[in-house]
Design a protein around this ligand. Structure first.
Ligand SMILES: Cc1cc2nc3c(=O)[nH]c(=O)nc-3n(C[C@H](O)[C@H](O)[C@H](O)COP(=O)(O)O)c2cc1C
Length: 359
């Protein structure tokens, strides 16, 4: 038993946090079509600043990394200025916030972004399924396979975006290595059929993620500002790996000596014991997410299954989640219909506990 609970202060690499409650990265589709966060996002994030650490919604490092309609990027001066307003508002309330860099790879559609070029991926293998566009659901397109000579440029996009994120006031930057997007497309046997040094055997499949993390560390000036999110065996976005335990065991062993701020692991149904498998392999701060409650979060911290707990949907509908947990207060249910709907409803109108019922 560790003696640590959700309200113990902590240290996530370079970031001091006032509790062990991390707000999960969540795409909310409320940016402009050009990928600029709006003033409403300033309210949304500052309402949630009592989290030990907020992780932003997935944000594209460059225009081709945008996959979903009205999701943000951090490439232009206008996008950076908007993010700066958000980080300043969170800091003014004593909060901490990291940016999540999300490059969708093959999970995108030209209808959803300004840049009219086909999506890129490790291999020209389309994901089964459809994606929302304003003119209706569309099949995922066949992506263009990256040439070997282009990969350094994609990694450089992540590094440049990391640099911009730190300049915009973020306390840290996370590589989204989960949920079937570009880094996970490199990691997974089903989407990576490359024959160069970025595909084929296991070490080659890990290379893109390792090199991207190294480039992000250099851009941030410190490994303690960088984190990685993974979701071993998660089938979302038609991602498939022949042996996820082997893939992620090797990845976590390779990442462990890098001294990142933290490693975030999202548990998925196919591997319910993934924390127990990976935790012993990782020497730094370990953040666990996926369906946690107040009780199961405290239990995981007490047992040492994780050092930090990540909460997603509960933070959508409970902006003051740490205060509610502390008071053992009732939790408001989330409305999944407004997750991606646009507008204030279901975004900035969930009241805090202190305002009482009916506001
Ligand atoms: C509306 C919504 C949007 C999400 N968007 C992202 C995202 O942009 N990046 C990411 O890494 N995970 C995303 N996720 C997954 C969450 O970060 C989290 O891992 C997941 O919701 C499980 O945690 P929970 O059970 O506490 O909600 C999203 C989840 C939801 C509900």
């Amino acid at each position: 038993m560790s003696g640590i609970d959700l309200f113990s202060p902590g240290q996530l690499g370079d970031i001091s946090v006032r509790n062990r409650i991390i707000m999960a990265p969540m795409t909310r589709n409320r940016a402009t079509f050009e990928g600029v966060p709006t003033e409403m996002a300033v309210d949304y994030y500052s309402q949630r600043s009592s989290a030990g650490l907020i992780i932003s919604e997935g944000t594209a490092p460059c225009a081709i990394g945008i996959g979903y309609i009205r999701t943000p990027a951090i490439e232009t001066a206008e996008q950076m200025a908007a993010w700066h307003r958000i980080t300043a508002a969170v800091h003014a309330r004593g909060g901490r916030i990291s940016l999540q860099l999300m490059h969708v790879g093959r999970i995108g559609h030209v209808a959803n972004r300004v840049l009219q070029q086909p999506p890129i991926a490790p291999s020209a293998i389309r994901a089964a399924g459809q994606i929302y566009t304003d003119s209706g659901m569309q099949e995922f397109p066949v992506p263009r396979a990256l040439q070997s000579s282009e990969i350094a440029g994609v990694i450089a996009d992540f590094a440049a975006a990391t640099h911009r994120a730190i300049a915009a006031g973020f306390d840290g930057v996370q590589l989204h290595g989960a949920s079937g997007y570009l880094p996970m497309q490199f990691l997974s046997t089903g989407s990576n059929h490359r024959t160069d040094s970025y595909g084929g055997n296991l070490n080659n499949r890990l290379r893109f993620v390792i090199e991207t993390l190294e480039a992000m560390i250099e851009a941030a000036g410190s490994a303690g500002r960088i984190s990685l999110k993974i979701s071993p065996a998660m089938p979302f976005n038609d991602i498939q790996d022949d042996d996820p335990v082997a893939t992620y065991t090797a990845l976590v062993k390779a990442v462990s000596p890098m001294r990142l701020g933290f490693l975030q692991v999202l548990r998925s149904d196919p591997l319910p014991n993934i924390f127990e498998i990976l935790r012993p392999l990782y020497q730094g701060a370990f953040a666990a997410g996926g369906g946690f409650t107040r009780e199961s979060g405290n239990e995981a911290l007490r047992r040492g299954t994780a050092d930090y707990i990540v909460y997603g949907k509960l933070f959508v509908s409970n902006p003051d989640l740490p205060q509610r947990f502390a008071a053992a207060a009732p939790l408001a249910p989330w409305d999944a219909a407004t997750f991606y709907a646009g507008g204030a409803k279901g975004y900035v109108d969930y009241p805090p506990l202190s305002s009482g019922p009916g506001r």
